[in-house]
Design a binder for this molecule. Structure first.
Ligand code: GN1
Ligand code: CA
Length: 173
């Protein structure tokens, strides 16, 4: 019984640590509370979608969690209309024109195969900057998550652990 208790405690420790690696020492709720953003505040409308750039930077995993906690999703680009809508919205609502933001594309499941969010949907309409994706390794971590530049809408693969602003979306009902 004693050994079993130790084993359970050890397992809990491992799980707790792996979660901590993703979220740092903050829960998604902590992040939401810090931003006083428990609703999709500030979301404004493109033609088909509402977009939102939350106030804080986050790593890619936190960005995915944050968007879904507020009833939205991390940005997905499925058509040229999505791009046009996004570009128009960013022109009006983006911060600096050369800023980059996390979007949902990633190759976490299979290197070199980019999918949206945590789904199986392949990213068919990709718009890589020249020389990207280069799957660069920085301090032992390989780039698996995609950022988009607001001015050119070009993509770069980057370290998922990087703190970056991100774009949430929701289809207009
Ligand atoms: C480089 O130049 P910069 O910082 O925008 C690199 C990207 C990496 C990024 C990592 C042409 O981009 O592939 O993802 O650093 N670009 C080139 O920070 O090598
Ligand atoms: Ca890169």
């Amino acid at each position: 019984m004693f050994l079993l208790t130790i084993a359970v405690l050890a397992l809990f420790g491992v799980l707790k640590n792996s979660n901590a690696e993703i979220l740092g020492n903050q829960t998604v709720r902590d992040i939401l509370l810090k931003n006083k953003c428990l609703c999709p505040c500030g979301a404004s409308s493109g033609l088909w979608k509402n977009f939102l750039i939350p106030y804080s930077e986050a790593n890619w995993f936190e960005a995915v969690s944050y968007c879904s906690e507020i009833g939205m999703s991390i940005l997905q680009i499925s058509s040229k209309y999505d791009n046009k809508d996004l570009q128009d919205w960013l022109n009006e609502n983006g911060e600096e024109s050369a800023a980059s933001y996390w979007i949902g594309a990633n190759d976490l499941a299979t290197s070199g195969v980019y999918r949206w969010g945590l789904t199986n949907k392949r990213a068919s309409l990709t718009q890589w900057a020249s020389g990207e994706p280069n799957s660069a390794t920085i301090r032992g971590e390989i780039e698996h998550c995609v950022e988009i530049r607001a001015d050119t809408l070009e993509w770069n693969d980057s370290l998922c652990s990087k703190q970056l602003k991100f774009i949430c979306e929701k289809f207009v009902e």
